[in-house]
Design a protein around this ligand. Structure first.
Ligand code: AMP
Ligand code: ZN
Length: 434
């Protein structure tokens, strides 16, 4: 069992995850892990209409300890027959039973904002010292990639669709990242395509700020503008069936065509002219420029036209994601064994993205790819995925040294002079007594 902390960006999240010994499971038990606690507090960034690192930092500092205190009250009670270590005085029940102590503490070490990471890492070191248990300071991107394995281990009722055994592909589409990752084993990941400018979530948030009417923007409870933009461009009631009326381009040539959607403007697809080399890159900034250009040309733009513009940007951005999946499968013969694509990150909750990816890949003859969209609470930043990563690294025999520092950059595939997950130092073989 581990207590896990995530503070890399603007979400302060804590989880308690217990993995069950497979031999101890009863034959009819389907779950291999239990999430005893999982909560997050997102900093309020409405004033700046986007994440302000200092506001996020202060929110971690104000909220983390309280969230951990709450989490401790969800630790399972120790059975009388059990002799495992306990934490005293944390919400004992009426019979005076104590709660089981986590076997280790997991925390996000990077990549992310250094001071924000430090709030979590220093707190985790303190807990590990006080409880005299190992510390696992793990990679946030590895955690996103392993999320579907966590989901498989949890109760069957939240299962999406099957366990991705290695190897598999992950398309990580969040506010800070856009990358296509090939995961071969716990610590072996290669980045097949990555953004060269902004993340897709950032593009969508910016376009939302340009396109959404003020009453919608101003009335928002948070800065998840992507969700608002989706609701704006595809207005519907929950039960109403959505017909996207989307046809995927049949060829590369067709993909590069600029479509007039009925208002006299058309938007150029990203990386309009690209050679073989940049099939490993994403670029989204051109789409934002195009939106600004149309808005400048059309000062009196109405709501329907704003919707059409938002929808066209989404279509092009999502097709752009799909082009690199197809390119990767064509360029890398070693991917022939891969039959699972996991789509993770906040943007993965977009229903139109699901539709575009499915239709596009089918159109390009990729029929047998199993596309998994983990539930949004596990694919935006969260401590449950961090807990799971700790679980897998612990089982593989690793723990972190107490002198490890937060890492702003920590590529999963060892680019830029950094040697991947295990190559950054701060890891040691776990001592047997734990
Ligand atoms: P993350 O960085 O993984 O926490 O995800 C946050 C990002 O996901 C932000 O850029 C959000 O605007 C974006 N996002 C969340 N929901 C949606 C949605 N339904 N459509 C598009 N983007 C979304
Ligand atoms: Zn993330």
């Amino acid at each position: 069992m581990t207590l896990a902390i995530e503070t890399s960006c603007d979400d302060t999240s804590v989880a308690i995850l217990e993995k069950h010994d497979s031999e101890a499971l009863t034959p009819d038990a389907t779950e291999a892990a239990t999430l005893h606690f999982h909560e997050k507090i997102t900093s309020d960034n409405r004033a700046t209409r986007g994440i302000d690192p200092v506001v996020a930092l202060v929110s971690h500092q104000a909220n983390l300890a309280g969230l951990i205190a709450k989490a401790l009250r969800s630790l399972p009670l120790r059975k009388r027959s059990d002799s495992s270590p306990v934490i005293q005085d944390v919400g004992e029940d009426r019979d005076g039973r104590s709660r089981k102590k986590p076997d280790f503490v997991t925390v996000t070490r990077g990549p992310g904002m250094r001071s924000n990471l430090a709030v979590g890492l220093d707190t985790a070191k303190g807990l590990a010292l006080a409880w005299q248990v190992p510390l696992l300071a793990v990679n946030h991107m590895q955690a996103h990639a392993l999320t579907p394995r966590l989901i498989d281990a949890l109760e069957s009722d939240i299962k999406d669709s099957g366990k991705p055994a290695f190897p598999f592909l992950t398309l990580l589409v969040s506010g800070g990242h856009t990358m296509l990752v090939h995961s071969r084993s716990l610590c072996e990941h290669s980045i097949l395509a990555e953004t060269t400018d902004m993340a897709i979530g950032d593009l969508i948030d910016k376009c939302a700020r340009h396109l959404l009417p003020d009453n919608i923007l101003g009335g928002s409870k948070d800065v998840m503008y992507g969700r608002l933009l989706e609701e704006f461009v595809f207005p519907r009631s929950a039960e109403e069936h959505l017909d996207y009326n989307y046809t995927a381009p049949a060829s590369r040539l067709e993909e590069m065509e600029m479509r007039d959607v009925g208002y006299g403007w058309s938007i150029r697809p990203p990386m309009w002219q690209y050679g073989r080399n940049n099939q490993t890159s994403y670029s989204f900034s051109g789409l934002e420029s195009s939106v600004l250009k149309v808005l400048k040309q059309r000062p009196d733009i109405g709501v329907d036209e704003r919707r059409a513009l938002g929808r066209e940007v989404m279509r092009l951005a999502f097709e752009h994601l799909a082009t690199r999946v197809v390119a990767a499968l064509t360029l890398h013969p070693e991917l022939k064994d891969v039959d699972t694509l996991v789509v993770s990150g906040g943007v993965a909750s977009n229903q139109f993205l699901k539709h575009v990816l499915n239709v596009y890949l089918q159109e390009r003859g990729i029929m047998d790819m199993h596309i998994i969209f983990p539930p949004p609470r596990f694919c935006t930043d969260n401590a449950a995925m961090i807990a799971w990563t700790g679980m897998e690294m612990y089982a593989a025999g690793w723990e972190s040294t107490l002198d490890c520092l937060p890492l702003k950059k920590w590529p999963v595939d060892g680019k830029d002079g950094v040697q991947g997950i295990l190559g950054v130092g701060g890891w040691q073989r776990r001592r047997q007594e734990h």
